[in-house]
Design a binder for this molecule. Structure first.
Ligand code: SAH
Ligand code: DHB
Ligand code: MG
Length: 221
């Protein structure tokens, strides 16, 4: 099935999503720098962009930058005076992303912050950062439960929190899974479900990145 999922993603990307040269260049530069090919797919990226627009977001937080491919999509959903903060552990990844964002003409509205995301999230709180309207969680999966807890102090009623890779080839439904990423993602879903401030859904997805899923959570109180 993977071949067909990839072919359909290609068809839909060319017809409906329409990646431009800055996005293609970001992937090419990421590959040339030896970054893993784990960015969101073009249809997923466009969804992030449209969600930012639909929310009329002015402030976006991303956890897990890689080469900035999803960052470009998210930032493009913002108005000209919008701002995006993206958190990345690896200085090498952050350097690739910074170049990609410059090429895309987005350097002025994006700040890449290097370090362990949990530390940077704590620092954002200490700095009294204004709340974020949209948050995209896509870093190390074992960190997801902690990231959600920290993000809850950086959002407002109406904010939307999206998390990538939350179905994991279907393994998420296996309580006995020995995979630490699966167990962490299960803790993430449980924390969302148990939080009365949150209302959520999860969509299973197939495509060029295989079988996985996206979590959508709104802060409703
Ligand atoms: N959002 C990107 C893909 C992110 S891949 C896109 O779709 O284009 C996950 C990224 O999270 C990697 O770059 C990895 O270095 C980073 N990461 C891993 N552990 C982290 C941590 N503890 N804090 C911040 N970033 C981390
Ligand atoms: C991996 C990380 C991702 O964010 C993703 O979308 C796919 C794979 C990974 O770490 O393998
Ligand atoms: Mg991901």
């Amino acid at each position: 099935m993977q071949e067909r999922w990839t072919a359909v993603d290609r068809y839909l990307t060319d017809l409906v999503v329409r990646e431009d040269s800055a996005l293609v260049a970001a992937l090419e530069a990421s590959e040339a720098a030896g970054l893993p090919a784990i960015a969101v797919s073009p249809p997923q990226g466009k969804l992030l962009s449209l969600l930012v627009r639909a929310c009329q977001a002015r402030r976006v937080l991303e956890i897990g930058t890689l080469g900035g491919y999803s960052t470009i999509w998210l930032a493009r959903g913002l108005p000209a005076d919008g701002h995006l903060t993206t958190l990345e552990l690896s200085p090498a990844h952050a350097a690739v992303a910074t170049k990609n964002l410059e090429r895309a003409g987005l350097a002025a509205m994006v700040r890449v912050r290097v370090g362990p995301a949990a530390e940077t999230l704590r620092r954002l709180r200490e700095e009294g950062a204004p709340p974020f309207d949209v948050v995209f969680i896509d870093a190390d999966k074992t960190g997801y439960p902690e990231y959600l807890a920290l993000v809850m102090e950086l959002v407002h009623k109406g904010s939307v929190v999206i998390a990538d890779n939350v179905v994991r080839d279907g393994a998420v439904a296996d309580p006995a899974s020995a995979d630490a990423n699966v167990q962490a993602v299960r803790r993430y879903h449980e924390a969302v479900a148990a939080n009365p401030r949150l209302s959520a859904t999860v969509l299973q997805t197939v495509g060029s990145k295989g079988y996985d899923g996206l979590s959508f959570t709104m802060v409703v109180a």
